[in-house]
Design a protein around this ligand. Structure first.
Ligand SMILES: [Zn+2]
Length: 467
């Protein structure tokens, strides 16, 4: 082992104000087969630390914003070391040739204490590959997909999850097994700022479970999921213009993006709400967990005339074996997508179209909202023309719960459900209402509980008035 970089320094709040990220260059000579990066900072590993510094790595192919072909991994503050070899790497980092030339360690100044924070970084290299830091990614031949003859149906899945490829304690293998155990049809694995899980997803996706390659673009001012990526997406944003450029890059590769958990402690969304996102995670993890704030965030966009799809995400951070709680699993909540095939393009297209319903669990009561006029029929995400339409909402297994219909004008109806299946039908003209959506709310225990106080059991996306 020879030392390629030893850096000691101190960051102040002024450094953070100047830039969220610091690049430390180092030279790699030819013939290196193993890199070991280690760092330490004041307060590292303590949950109450006033300073948090994140770690990542770029190789000589480049580290420039949106043109960082050299991305080799990111671990946030979850790990104190990263090891890379041609065949294998610490989860979060990408295996591959240890190219000679100028590399960069990247430090993310997430939080810096008022008195400052000292930090040290060491990089060592060896000509021997040595013990592999992690089992190498399996060989793959493309995503295993199932078309089921092209007949559209509801598929149930989860659009946000994490493993040890970012900051969860449990393995990706266990996360995927948990999704299979819950009977999900699809699972998006959305690791923070990295794509080291993609080759494993491709290998472990199967006829029973579609694994969708995702990245949670985790900026210091808000989190954004990207689903259906083919390569790494830059996350180093501070301004709305930077984030807009990242969204454009995601769309250019056919991916969709979602504002995640826009609520207190989400962490919240500090960018403007008018960025061209496709979806909002209106329901993250078990209700309530302040999800009412995210719901209001989404509803305000609807009222402003935006057509952005509400989705759910458990944000499950996989547990170590034997740990965790049955009250918080992958599939809490479940996002149902009406798609013609269980393929990545079909699922993404249905999300883009708003053909999405969210339920509290994989087997929670079900809600379906449709509208019709003559032989025309519309479902959630569709646009219905002006003039009277017959709106129909059907609830299954919902006895004792409450059905709530909402439009741009507010609450249209709030009715107790006294049988199963339950059907609500009304003649409506969307001209004034703009859209209509449905919520299934829980049992009322106290007379003074308002509809907003009752737990969400299921919710639909709107049927919109055609423009
Ligand atoms: Zn997040």
């Amino acid at each position: 082992m020879r030392t390629l970089l030893h850096w000691e320094g101190r960051f102040t709040p002024a450094d953070k104000a100047a830039s969220d990220y610091v690049l430390l260059p180092f030279e790699v000579p030819p013939g290196i087969a193993r890199l070991e990066v280690r760092y330490a900072f004041e307060g590292q590993g303590r949950p109450d630390s006033l300073s948090v510094i994140d770690l990542g790595l770029f190789d000589p192919r480049g580290a420039d914003f949106l043109r960082a072909e050299g991305f080799r991994g990111w671990s946030g503050s979850a790990r104190a070391e990263a090891i890379l070899t041609p065949r294998s790497a610490t989860p979060g980092y990408l295996p591959g040739p240890i190219l000679p030339g100028r590399w960069h360690v990247i430090l993310g100044l997430y939080r810096i204490a008022p008195r400052g924070c000292s930090c040290t970084v060491t990089v060592q290299g060896s000509e021997e590959e040595g013990t592999l830091p992690h089992p190498p990614p399996p060989e793959t031949r493309g995503w295993m997909e199932r078309s089921d003859g092209g007949e559209a149906r509801w598929w149930r899945g989860d659009l946000q999850s994490h493993s040890h490829h970012s900051d969860a304690p449990g393995s990706l293998e266990d996360l995927v097994a948990a999704a299979r155990g819950r009977g999900l049809d699809f699972l998006a694995v959305t690791e923070h700022n990295t794509v080291s899980h993609f080759p494993y997803l491709q290998a472990w996706s199967g006829p029973d479970l579609l694994l969708i390659p995702g990245e949670e673009v985790t900026t210091y001012y808000g989190h954004m999921n990207a689903w259906g990526l083919s390569r790494w997406l830059d996350f180093r944003c501070r301004t709305a213009e930077q984030l807009r450029a990242v969204i454009d890059a995601a769309h250019a590769m056919g991916a969709l993006v979602s504002i995640n958990h826009p609520k207190t402690d989400g962490p919240p969304w500090e960018y403007p709400p008018d960025l061209p996102v496709d979806a909002v995670e209106a329901w993250q993890g078990p209700w309530p967990l302040r999800n009412h704030e995210s719901l209001v965030f989404w509803d305000r966009l609807l009222q402003a005339g935006r057509r952005v799809t509400a989705v759910g995400g458990s944000d499950k951070h996989q547990d170590r074996p034997g740990e965790g709680t049955p009250f918080y699993q992958v599939g809490h909540p479940t996002t149902w997508v009406y798609a013609e095939a269980r393929t990545i393009p079909a699922i993404l297209s249905a999300i883009r179209s708003g053909r999405v319903v969210i339920t509290a669990d994989v087997d929670a009561p079900w809600i379906e909202l449709t509208a019709e006029r003559g032989d025309q029929r519309w479902m959630v995400g569709d646009e219905a023309p002006p003039g009277p339409i017959r709106v129909r909402c059907v609830v299954r297994e919902g006895k004792g719960l409450h059905l709530r219909l909402l439009t741009r004008l507010g609450e249209l109806a709030f009715v107790p459900i006294d049988r199963s299946p339950f059907e609500w039908v009304a003649e409506l003209d969307l001209t004034a209402h703009g859209y209509i959506r449905a919520e299934l709310r829980g049992v009322r225990h106290f007379a003074e509980e308002t509809p907003d106080d009752l737990p969400m059991v299921a919710m639909t996306n709107p049927i919109y008035l055609s423009r």
